[in-house]
Design a protein. Structure first.
Lengths: 397, 207
C-alpha cells in the first residue's frame, strides 16, 4: 500500500522531479535561468497544442449540435484539420494596408499572444507546478489580462480601417465593462482565502470532508461567483454570445479585419490561449485547481485533474457558443452594468455573511437567500425595462 | 428569470448533439464525392448541344441560326456560321456552327437559350463537376465539349426528352409525307409531261 502511495506521489510529481534532475546537469550560476526556461517551455508547448485540439473539438461539437459531421476529411475523424489550417495560414500572403501604422500593426498580435501567455505564470497546473508563486498572483493575472485590451486597441487603431476601429471600440467597451464583474466575482474567493496567491487558494480547497472536497463553488457565494465569473470570462474572451467585436455581419471581422495569414492565426490563438487562461483562473479560484473531485481519487495525478476541468469548461464554452445567438450592444451593456455588477457587489456581502456566521444550516439558508432573492429581483428588473415599439429612423425621413 | 431560456436552449443543443450520434436520419449530410443523391429531373446547370445518331459532328441538330446567341442575357454564347451546308439528321442540307462556344463562367443558367431554340438543339445539362484549374480555357466550352448525345439527354431529363422526341418524330413524319407527296406530285407531273408530248423521242436516244 505504501509502495502504491509512493508511486502515485512520484507520478504526481514526475514533471517536478524531471525538472530537478535536468537542473542537476547545469552549473549553479545558470540554474535560475534554466529553471525558468524549463518551467516556461512546457507551458508554451502544451497550451498551443490544447488550442489545436480545441479548434478540432469545437468544430466537431458545433457540427454535431447542428446535425452535421464537422471536419472529417483530413486524417482520421478530421484530426489533422488544425495542422492543415496551420499550414494554410502560414502559406497565405501577409497583407498590410498601405496606410497602416506598420510597427504597431506588426506588434499588436505579438503583444496579444504574449499577454495571453503571461497569464499562465501564476496558474498552478498541478501540485508544485506553478511558474511563479507570486503573493499577489490574482492581481498579476488580472493586470496582465488587461494588456490584451491594449493589444486589441493597437490592432484596431493601426489598421486604419473603419471596421477595425469600430470593432476595437466595441471590444474595448465590452472588455472593460466585463472586467469589473470579473474582478469583483473573484474578490469573494480572496476574502475567504485571505490570500492573493493562487497556490494558497488552491491549497485551501484541496482538503476533504469525508469524500467531498472544499471547493469554493460548493458554497452559495462561491456558486454565484463562479457563474458570474464564467459569464464575464466569456465576454472577456470575446466568445459567443458576446462576440460583438467580430460581428461579421456588421463589421467584417472587427479589430482583425486587416490581418491575414499568420498574424490572423496569432490573433485567433491569442484569443483561445486567453480563454484557457481565464478558464484556468476560474478552476483555480472556484473549482479547486488541481485537486481531485473526490477524496478517493487523489491518487490520480494533479495535472490530470487540472486539464480535465479545463477541457470540461472548454466544452461548456463550446456548448454555449452552439446555443446562443449574438447579443446586441445595448443588451450586452445592460447585462454588465445592471445585472452582473449589482450581483457581484451583493455577492461580496454574502461572502462576508458566510464568513462571520457560524457553520450550520442557518448559514446556508441565509446566504442562499442572499443570492437567490437579488437574482430574481434583478432579472425581473431586466425584463420590465423591455419596451416594444415601432422603430423610427430619423435620418431616413 | 434570466437564464431560463438559456437553459432550455442548451438542453435543445445537447439533444441535437447526442441525437446525431444515435439517430442516423438526423445527419442529412451526403458525403459528396463518394455518395451522391439521385439527381432530380428538373435540375439544371449549364446548356449543352444535342446530337442524334453516333457522330457528334454529323448528328448535330444546331443549324447556327444564332437566335440563342442574340437572346442570351449575359452574352456567353459565341457562334460562327459555316459557309457550306451539311446534311442534318433528316438528311436535309443545313448550315452548321463552325464555332460554338459557351463561357460557363459567364453563363447564369437561365435556360433562355433552350426556350428560344426552334430546333431543340440546345438543352440544359445537370453536370456540376466542372471545377478546373484553368479558369479561362477550362471554363470556355467549345462545340465538341458541348455536344452530348440524345441518349444522354433522355437519361438526364426523361420526361422532357420524350416530349421532344415525339415532337421531332411528328415533324419528321410530316417532312417525309411532304417529301413523298412532292415526289409523287413530281412523278405525276413528269408522267403528265411525258404523256402530253408523245412526239418526243423515246428514252435511250442520245440528247
Amino acid at each position: 500500500m505504501t509502495h502504491l502511495a509512493l508511486l502515485a506521489q512520484q507520478l504526481d510529481q514526475i514533471f517536478v522531479l524531471a525538472k530537478h534532475w535536468l537542473l542537476g546537469f547545469v552549473p549553479a550560476g545558470a540554474q535560475p535561468l534554466f529553471s525558468a526556461v524549463l518551467s516556461v517551455v512546457p507551458v508554451i508547448l502544451a497550451f498551443p497544442l490544447l488550442f489545436a485540439i480545441t479548434t478540432w473539438i469545437e468544430r466537431k461539437g458545433l457540427g454535431r449540435m447542428q446535425n452535421r459531421y464537422g471536419p472529417n476529411r483530413v486524417g482520421p475523424f478530421g484530426l489533422l484539420q488544425p495542422l492543415a489550417d496551420g499550414v494554410k495560414s502560414l502559406t497565405k500572403e501577409d497583407i498590410v494596408p498601405l496606410t497602416a501604422d506598420h510597427a504597431v500593426h506588426f506588434l499588436a498580435p505579438i503583444l496579444l499572444v504574449s499577454a495571453a501567455f503571461m497569464d499562465y505564470a501564476v496558474l498552478p497546473i498541478g501540485r508544485n507546478m506553478v511558474i511563479a508563486n507570486l503573493n499577489a498572483g490574482v492581481l498579476f493575472f488580472f493586470a496582465v489580462g488587461s494588456l490584451m485590451e491594449l493589444a486589441v486597441f493597437m490592432a484596431g487603431w493601426s489598421s486604419r480601417s473603419k471596421y477595425s476601429l469600430l470593432g476595437a471600440m466595441r471590444a474595448i467597451a465590452q472588455m472593460i465593462s466585463y472586467e469589473v464583474p470579473l474582478v469583483l466575482a473573484s474578490i469573494v474567493v480572496i476574502m475567504q482565502a485571505g490570500s492573493l496567491s493562487t497556490v494558497a487558494i488552491v491549497n485551501m480547497q484541496a482538503a476533504y470532508t469525508g469524500i467531498w472536497p472544499h471547493w469554493f463553488v460548493f458554497t452559495p457565494w462561491g456558486f454565484a461567483g463562479f457563474v458570474l465569473f464564467m459569464v464575464a470570462a466569456t465576454a472577456e474572451s470575446n466568445r459567443s454570445p458576446f462576440d460583438l467585436p467580430e460581428g461579421e455581419s456588421e463589421i467584417i471581422a472587427g479589430y482583425y479585419t486587416e490581418y491575414s495569414g499568420f498574424k490572423f492565426a496569432l490573433f485567433f490563438m491569442g484569443e483561445y490561449i486567453g480563454m484557457f487562461a481565464t478558464g484556468g483562473m476560474a478552476i483555480t479560484l472556484f473549482l479547486g485547481g488541481w485537486s481531485a473531485p473526490f477524496a478517493f481519487l487523489t491518487w490520480i495525478p494533479s495535472y490530470f485533474w487540472f486539464f480535465a476541468k479545463l477541457l470540461t469548461l472548454i466544452a461548456v464554452f463550446i456548448w454555449v457558443r452552439g446555443t446562443l445567438p449574438r447579443l446586441r450592444m445595448d443588451q450586452l451593456m445592460n447585462l454588465a452594468w445592471e445585472f452582473m455588477l449589482p450581483m457581484t457587489l451583493l455577492n461580496l456581502l454574502t461572502a462576508g455573511a458566510w464568513h462571520f456566521m457560524s457553520a450550520g444550516l442557518l448559514r446556508w439558508f441565509v446566504c442562499s437567500t442572499m443570492v437567490v432573492v437579488p437574482y430574481i429581483l434583478l432579472s425581473r428588473g431586466l425584463k420590465q425595462r423591455k419596451k416594444f415599439q415601432i422603430r423610427t429612423y430619423h435620418f431616413s425621413e | 428569470m434570466v437564464g431560463e431560456g438559456i437553459l432550455k436552449g442548451m438542453a435543445e443543443t445537447a439533444r441535437n448533439f447526442f441525437g446525431s450520434y444515435v439517430s442516423k436520419d438526423r445527419l442529412t449530410t451526403v458525403q459528396y464525392p463518394e455518395q451522391r443523391d439521385a439527381q432530380i429531373e428538373a435540375a439544371r446547370s449549364f446548356p449543352f448541344l444535342v446530337y442524334d445518331g453516333a457522330d457528334w459532328h454529323d448528328g448535330m441538330r444546331c443549324v447556327a441560326c444564332q437566335i440563342c446567341e442574340k437572346e442570351c442575357p449575359p452574352k456567353c454564347i459565341f457562334i460562327e456560321k459555316s459557309k457550306d451546308k451539311k446534311p442534318d439528321a433528316n438528311g436535309k442540307p443545313q448550315f452548321y456552327p463552325a464555332t460554338f462556344n459557351i463561357d460557363i463562367s459567364v453563363c447564369m443558367s437561365c435556360q433562355i437559350c433552350v426556350e428560344v431554340c426552334p430546333f431543340d438543339a440546345i438543352m440544359m445539362d445537370v453536370d456540376t463537376d466542372l471545377s478546373t484549374d484553368d479558369r479561362f480555357g477550362g471554363l470556355l466550352l467549345d462545340k465538341q465539349r458541348l455536344s452530348k448525345s440524345n441518349e444522354y439527354y433522355n437519361a438526364i431529363h426523361p420526361t422532357e426528352a420524350a416530349a421532344v422526341d415525339a415532337r421531332l418524330a411528328v415533324e419528321r413524319a410530316r417532312q417525309e409525307a411532304k417529301a413523298k407527296a412532292a415526289a409523287e406530285a413530281k412523278a405525276a407531273a413528269d408522267a403528265k409531261l411525258t404523256a402530253a408530248t408523245p412526239a418526243q423521242p423515246a428514252s435511250g436516244e442520245p440528247r
